[in-house]
Write a protein that binds this ligand. Structure first.
Ligand SMILES: [Zn+2]
Length: 196
């Protein structure tokens, strides 16, 4: 916007400077007509008129330089405005792209959540009610993760390696015993990679 304002400001400046040039040119042209008409006869008046014409020519030259300088500034303002407009368009297109990707990700997540919810319903039907209750309680307490994999003697919920005594207890526990992390209290899921 600043670049566009500068562009329109210099455009106005240019019009004003061109009007100044025009005024001087018209005045010089009138003087020249008077000189050519032969109406002025007094040598003193003739000299004055010629001096004024010369001075107006110099003034016109100076004013034309001003116009050129303004045109240069206007041109660079136009370039800058065009460049920035292009960058705005590029950023907007990136925003559109990111928005589309976000929306697509939302859709995927919604669909995954729906699938997970269905899977949970099926599993909940075969898991003892008290275990589900414990799991839900832990999940609420532990930021959404009520059970964690025991991987190489480390609880994947809190990332703490279990003490050897705890590992020994877990190793001795029956497969259907609910074992928990001593550190975060999450339910631990034993696999072949648990390091038991
Ligand atoms: Zn833990």
């Amino acid at each position: 916007m600043a670049a566009q304002t500068e562009e329109s400001d210099t455009a106005r400046e240019q019009i004003k400077a061109e009007q100044d040039v025009d005024q001087v040119r018209q005045r010089a042209s009138r003087d020249q007509q008077r000189l050519d008409s032969g109406a002025v006869t007094s040598p003193k008046d003739l000299e004055n008129l010629q001096r004024e014409i010369a001075s107006l020519a110099k003034r016109q030259g100076d004013l034309e330089d001003v116009v050129l300088e303004i045109m240069e500034r206007r041109e660079s303002a136009q370039e800058r405005a065009a460049e920035l407009t292009e960058r705005v368009a590029s950023v907007e297109s990136k925003i559109d792209d990111a928005t589309a990707r976000r929306d697509a990700a939302f859709e995927t997540l919604d669909s995954e959540a729906a699938t997970a919810t269905k899977e949970r319903e099926v599993l909940a039907g075969v898991i003892p009610a008290d275990l589900i209750k414990l799991y839900d309680k832990l999940r609420a307490q532990q930021g959404g993760v009520g059970a964690a994999k025991l991987y190489q003697r480390t609880c994947q919920g809190c990332r703490q390696e279990l003490a050897i005594t705890d590992i020994n207890e877990i190793r001795a526990a029956a497969p259907d015993t609910v074992v928990r992390c001593e550190n975060c209290r999450r339910i631990l899921v034993r696999t072949s990679e648990s390091g038991l």
